[in-house]
Write a protein that binds this ligand. Structure first.
Ligand SMILES: [Fe+2]
Length: 163
C-alpha cells in the first residue's frame, strides 16, 4: 500500500507550486507572451482544482472546529479567486492581447497570489488536528487529486451543483 500523504506537507507544497506559477504567469502576461501565459494558466488550473475541492469538501468543514462560522468567509474568498481566475483565462483566451489586457491578466495573477499566502496560514491551525482527522483529510486530499478536476471545470459543475 502506498504511504499516506501528509496533508500539511502537501498543502504547503501545492501553495509553493501555485505561487511560482502565478509569478511566472504575471511576468509572461506582462511581457505579452501569450503562449507561455496560457500554458502556465493551464498548469495552475489543473493543480488548483483538486486543491480548492479538497479545501471546500474536507479542510474547511474540519476547520469549523477552530474557526466556527468564519469558514463561510473562506468559501466566499474562493468565489472571488474563481472569478479572478476566469478573468485571467478570458483575457488570455483572446487571439491577441493589448498591453493593457496583459497588465490586467498580470494583476489578476497577483491578486490570486494574496489568496495563496492567506491560505497557507491555515496550516498553522491544521497542525492542531487530531491524528484521526489528519488521516481523514489525507484520504480526501488523495481522492480529490485522483479525480483531477481542473478549477474552472469544477467551479462550473461540481461546485455549482453543491450550492
Ligand atoms: Fe489553498
Amino acid at each position: 500500500m502506498p504511504t499516506r500523504l501528509d496533508p500539511i506537507v502537501e498543502f504547503r507544497e501545492d501553495h509553493r507550486k501555485v505561487r511560482d506559477g502565478l509569478l511566472d504567469l504575471a511576468a509572461a502576461a506582462e511581457a505579452g507572451d501569450l503562449v507561455k501565459a496560457r500554458d502556465i494558466l493551464g498548469t495552475i488550473n489543473n493543480l488548483v482544482g483538486p486543491h480548492f475541492r479538497y479545501e471546500e469538501e474536507a479542510l474547511y468543514p474540519a476547520l469549523k472546529e477552530f474557526l466556527g462560522d468564519y469558514v463561510d468567509s473562506l468559501i466566499r474568498e474562493h468565489d472571488g479567486a474563481i472569478d479572478t481566475a476566469k478573468t485571467a483565462a478570458n483575457l488570455l483566451a483572446k487571439p491577441s492581447v493589448s498591453p493593457e489586457e496583459g497588465k490586467a491578466a498580470a494583476n489578476a495573477a497577483r491578486a490570486l497570489l494574496v489568496h495563496v499566502s492567506n491560505c497557507d496560514g491555515l496550516n498553522i491551525l491544521a497542525e492542531r488536528f487530531s491524528k484521526d482527522k489528519l488521516d481523514d483529510l489525507a484520504e480526501h486530499y488523495a481522492g480529490s487529486r485522483a479525480a483531477g478536476v481542473p478549477l474552472l471545470q469544477w467551479a462550473d459543475t461540481i461546485r455549482k451543483g453543491r450550492s
